[in-house]
Structure formats: C-alpha cells, structure tokens
Ligand binder design. Structure first.
Ligand code: PAP
Length: 364
C-alpha cells in the first residue's frame, strides 16, 4: 500500500513544556478554565508557543467543528491545518510525475481518490471484481491517497515521500494560490473536482455535525448557511477556491483538469476516460473490451464503497469514522433542506461571485 512506506521524521518536537507553561501563565493571570476554554486548549494542543502567538495575530471566527477558523493566507482553516500547511509549504519537494487531487471539502474527494488510485494502479491491482486483494476493498481511499495537510503532517512531521510508487498521488484542500509554488515542477498534474455549492454546503453541514467533538455546540442549518454565504467554511470562501482552479484549468489545460461531481454522476465512464487521458494513462481498446473501465467504475461506486467493512466501521483520519464519508452521494439533496429565500440568497451570491467567469453548475 502506498502509505505504508511513509516514514515520519518529527521536525517540531512540540515541547509539552510550552503547553504547560501556557496553562500556568493563564492560571497565574487568574483566567478561569471553563469547559469551552478547555476545548479551545485541546484544539491547540501540541502547537508550539510561537505558533500559538502567530495564531493569535490572525483574524478568527467561530468554527464549525472546532472553536475557531482562522484567516490564513486569505482562506479560512483550523489551527492544526495551518501548522500542517506551513510544514508542507516549507518541506514538500515535488517530483516530475506527481498527481495532485484538489477539492474544497465535500465535493467528492473520496470518490476521486478511489478512481485515481484504481486507475493509476490498474496494472498492479486488477480492478475486476474477482480480485479480492484490491487495496480499495480493505482501505479507505483516504488511506491510499494521503492529504498534504492531514495525516502526512500531523504535529508538523516531515514524512519521507521519496520511496512512494510513481506516479505519487496526493490530495489537498489547499486553495491554488497557496499550493502553486509547492508543486512547481514540469510534469506535475492537478485534478480539481468541483461540486455545486448548494450540495457541497448540505454535505459539509451534515459531516461537520456528525464528526464534531461533543464539547463544541452543533451548528444549526441557518447559522451554517449564513457562515457559508459569508465565506466562512474550511478552505473557503468557496467561490475563491473554485474560481482559482477554474482559471488555472483554462490557462493550462494540460496541467490542470477541472471535473464536476454532477458530470461524474451523469456519465462516469466518459469522465474516467477523460481522467485517464489527462494523466497520460489512456485505456487501450483491449482494456475496454475486457471491461476494465466498467470494473473501475463499479469498484469505486458509492454503493460498492459504502458497503465495505472498512468504510462501515473503520477510521482513516483520527477520530473520524469512515461511514460519515458515505452519506447519500446524490445531486440535488439541497432541495430537502434549503428554504426558497436561502436558495435565492445562495443563487444570487454565485451569480455575483462567479457570473461571467464561464464556471457554471448543475443543481439537479
Ligand atoms: P471529504 O472532503 O471529507 O473527503 P468528500 O469525499 O469530498 O469528503 O465528500 C463526501 C461526499 O461525497 C458525500 O456527499 P453527501 O454528503 O451529499 O452524501 C458522499 O456521500 C459523497 N461520496 C462519497 N463517495 C462517493 C462515491 N463513490 N460516489 C459518489 N459520491 C460519493
């Protein structure tokens, strides 16, 4: 499995002294540690004192599943993500054939990871259903295609990624502006998956309320919707995230492929073939005759992945159960949740921010 050879080399041995020292200081200053505050401390647990000072200088707002979202390099994210992104930006060395899957959360990342992994490894791991050894049957896609900003860089670790099978395949939610310098190398390809903002919002709202820690109060639909429309969502504002990748895909179509979740739902086979051609691993006629395209589609389908034991009971990202990654997998579920005025507000916002850019969506 690709991730098994990743060795973590700690760079920022986080001195527990700093955390303790911080708490001591607070006590000295007479600040009471109420439950909410303690949750905040847990959120920032393992972050160095210097880093916490830097955090304090950033604008912050109420978070969805942690107490705060911070405005970092022009987008909103959680404290631990900032630490991981800084480590990634400092240390990541791209290789010529690297593939990067980029999304804003809840756009179909898990699906695209499964498709890309199975496609690129189809000669090592036969995707036909009789092959019971396929890694996707026992590993969640997030374990096969790691995010730059999560598992790989937890606690500021610098993983050794040189031994990974080529092409190395990574994923990220980081906006293009904060990613581009780190992946600047001829031959690196980016695949962006975009989902209509209405369904992305509903999916995010369900997900964050399912996985948030008990000590953070749930975000109501109305509150979350208002935050989303103000751009306050992880790696948002969503319109800036989508637009930057959209523009880059127009400018460099050989380097950035822009896919839409709704198109994949409508015609997965031709989109999978498009992905294969873009990654320079097109299907041969013989492969098509043998049913390899259909086998990949089937193996990576929502229904197949959802019923696997690893996706019913496993955890890929610490404390997050895989089952929450497979909710409904449909287009237009937003209709069941948003009121007409909310739909109007989001529609007007999309027109305002993305109108005239050529970036359009299908909502049902
Ligand atoms: P992530 O950003 O946390 O990785 P991501 O995989 O992008 O999440 O999004 C999850 C959404 O993709 C869920 O949508 P829903 O809440 O509207 O149901 C999930 O159901 C959907 N999804 C996951 N796997 C698939 C798949 N194989 N096919 C289609 N949709 C899928």
């Amino acid at each position: 499995m690709a991730t098994s050879s990743i060795k973590a080399i700690p760079i920022m041995a986080i001195p527990s002294f700093n955390v303790c020292h911080n708490l001591e200081l607070l006590k000295e200053q007479g600040k009471s540690l109420d439950p909410k505050r303690q949750e905040g401390e847990r959120e920032e647990e393992g972050l160095s004192y210097e880093f916490q000072e830097m955090l304090e200088s950033l604008p912050k707002e109420r978070g969805w599943r942690t107490r705060h979202l911070y405005l970092f390099q022009g987008f909103w994210c959680q404290s631990k993500e900032i630490q991981a992104i800084m480590s990634f930006q400092k240390h990541f060395k791209p290789l010529q054939n690297d593939v990067v899957i980029a999304t804003i959360p809840k756009s179909g990342t898990t699906w695209l990871k499964a498709l890309t992994y199975t496609l690129l490894n189809r000669h090592r791991f036969d995707p036909v259903s009789s092959n019971t050894d396929h890694p996707l049957l026992t590993s969640n896609p997030h374990d096969l295609v790691p995010f730059f900003e999560y598992k790989l860089r937890l606690n500021g670790d610098v993983p050794d990624l040189f031994g990974l099978a080529s092409p190395r395949t990574f994923a990220t939610h980081v906006p293009f502006g904060s990613l581009k310098d780190s992946i600047e190398k001829p031959g690196v390809k980016v695949v962006y998956l975009c989902r209509n903002p209405f369904d992305t919002f509903i999916s995010s709202w369900h997900y964050t309320n399912s996985i948030k820690s008990e000590s953070v109060s749930p975000v109501s639909l109305d509150e979350g919707f208002d935050m989303y429309c103000r751009g306050l969502i992880g790696f948002g504002p969503f319109w800036e995230h989508m637009l930057a990748y959209w523009k880059e895909s127009l400018k460099r179509p050989d380097k950035v492929l822009f896919l839409r979740y709704e198109d994949l739902k409508q015609d997965i086979e031709s989109n999978l073939k498009k992905l294969a051609s873009f990654l320079a691993v097109p299907f041969t006629e013989e492969e098509e005759r043998k049913g390899i395209v259909k086998a990949i589609v089937e193996l990576c389908s929502f229904e197949s992945l959802k019923k696997l034991e690893v996706n019913k009971a496993g955890q890929s990202i610490k404390n997050f159960e895989n089952r929450h990654l497979f909710r409904k997998g449909e287009v237009s579920d937003w209709i069941n949740y948003l009121s007409p005025p909310q739909a109007e507000r989001l529609s007007a916002l999309v027109d305002d921010k993305l109108g005239g850019t050529g970036l359009t969506f299908r909502y049902c």
